[in-house]
Write a protein that binds this ligand. Structure first.
Ligand code: PLP
Length: 398
């Protein structure tokens, strides 16, 4: 199955195409069923074709698609109020993607200092292994050479330090520093957790130096870790948070959340978007929250996350030549591989289990949050089968 050649060659795609989805399952035109534990890379938070999302989207589609931000969009106000009620935030700006949510977060942080009389404070400290998107500013924030090469001068104002090196953070703070930007749990970087107390240490530094703490929860947000936002596992309150992926459940949308103080400089005309916050997206975002905020839903994510982790740990114990260790929180899990993660991912696909490779030689498992115990067991069984095959191949070669 080849693509037509009419597309940019920017993606190394698997030779697979799906015709429909049901819950945690993706089905090809030929009727083959794959268990989807990549979840559109943490996007399909409620699986495929969740009835409540389908109803919300189709109902809205029959009423109104788009009006622009020249008018009030009631769905925006409702979704913003619900995000505010359930987080640190006072205000929300809606976008179409994670990178745009980060762009808004970066602009908001810079603008905060500008309106407080410090236009020189525009630099943002970021961490190695970070991923913040593919726009020019967000590749500079992510700091990965492979994403910046050939795209002209790096956007100015991002200072990257080694992953969670607090001394390096301290050393990087200058009178020009505006903010610290971090994922509470690195996703694409390889499901890398911060050390215990890590966010609190950053909050303290921010308070001491008048910096804003900006979190990228594009992957960790909206229930993925068993809390609505991953920072809620700590006592820390951030100033700005970017979300996307899970909030749309597959409909493209994102949001930048901020405190009143942090957002004070973002006045009429300073920022904008044509599509962001459109009625279709808002209908779906509200429907996602109906489910994720329903009684007991997030506790179930934690419980199922533990079930997944236990299963994966047993596989790692039995096949250490394939899987070196298990990482993650809630339904955001990583297999740290001993052999190339690409080969492990391919072997999983051979078992009709979809996962997503990440940095640091990790394979990510980001199942829909609605995955049930049986589906988690099937996934673990398939990972075990793939690991057994890979281990046997290694033994045969030796
Ligand atoms: C996916 C991702 C982004 C970028 O989101 P897009 O919607 O692809 O622009 C930014 N940050 C993190 C942590 C992500 O996982």
């Amino acid at each position: 199955m080849m693509n037509s050649g009419a597309l940019f060659e920017t993606f190394a795609r698997a030779p697979l195409a799906f015709e429909r989805g049901e819950g945690c399952w993706l089905i090809t035109a030929g009727g083959e069923r794959y268990l989807d534990f990549a979840g559109g890379i943490a996007v399909n938070s409620l699986g495929h074709c969740h009835p409540h999302l389908v109803a919300a989207l189709t109902e809205q589609a029959g009423k109104l698609w788009h009006v622009s931000n020249l008018y009030n969009v009631p769905g925006q106000e409702r979704l913003a109020e619900r995000l505010v009620q359930n987080s640190f935030a006072d205000r929300v700006f809606f976008t179409n993607s994670g990178a745009e949510a980060l762009e808004c977060a970066i602009k908001t942080a810079r603008r905060y200092h500008y309106t407080n009389g410090h236009p020189e404070r525009f630099r943002i400290i970021t961490f190695e292994g970070a991923f913040h998107g593919r726009t020019l500013a967000t590749i500079a924030a992510g700091g990965q050479k492979k994403y910046m090469e050939g795209f002209g001068p790096k956007v100015e104002g991002f200072d990257q330090v080694p992953f969670f090196d607090l001394d390096a953070v301290k050393a990087a703070i200058t009178p020009e520093t505006a903010a610290i930007l971090i994922e509470p749990l690195q996703g694409e970087g390889g499901i890398r957790e911060l050390p215990q107390g890590g966010l609190a240490a950053l909050r303290k530094l921010c308070d001491e130096h008048g910096l804003l703490l900006v979190l990228d929860e594009v992957q960790t947000g909206v229930g993925r870790t068993g809390k609505l936002f991953a920072y809620q596992w700590t006592d820390v309150e951030p100033d700005i948070v970017a979300i996307a992926k899970g909030i749309g459940g597959g409909f493209p949308m994102g949001a930048c959340l901020a405190t009143d103080a942090a957002a004070a400089g973002m006045t009429a005309g300073t920022h904008g978007t044509t599509f962001g916050g459109n009625p279709l997206a808002m209908a779906v975002g509200n429907a996602v929250l109906d489910v994720v905020l329903s009684d007991g839903f997030l506790d179930e994510v934690s419980r199922k996350g533990l079930l997944l982790k236990q299963g994966l740990a047993a596989v790692a114990d039995d096949f250490p030549q394939v899987v070196e260790g298990i990482r993650g929180v809630g339904l955001m899990a990583g297999l740290k591989c001993r052999m190339p993660n690409i080969d492990v991912n391919k072997a999983l696909r051979g078992q009709h289990l979809l996962a997503a490779p990440a940095g640091d030689n990790v394979v990510r498992l980001l199942p829909p949050l609605i995955a049930d115990d049986d589906e988690i067991r099937i996934a673990v069984d398939r990972i075990r089968a793939a690991a057994a095959n890979l281990a046997a191949a290694i033994d045969n070669a030796a």
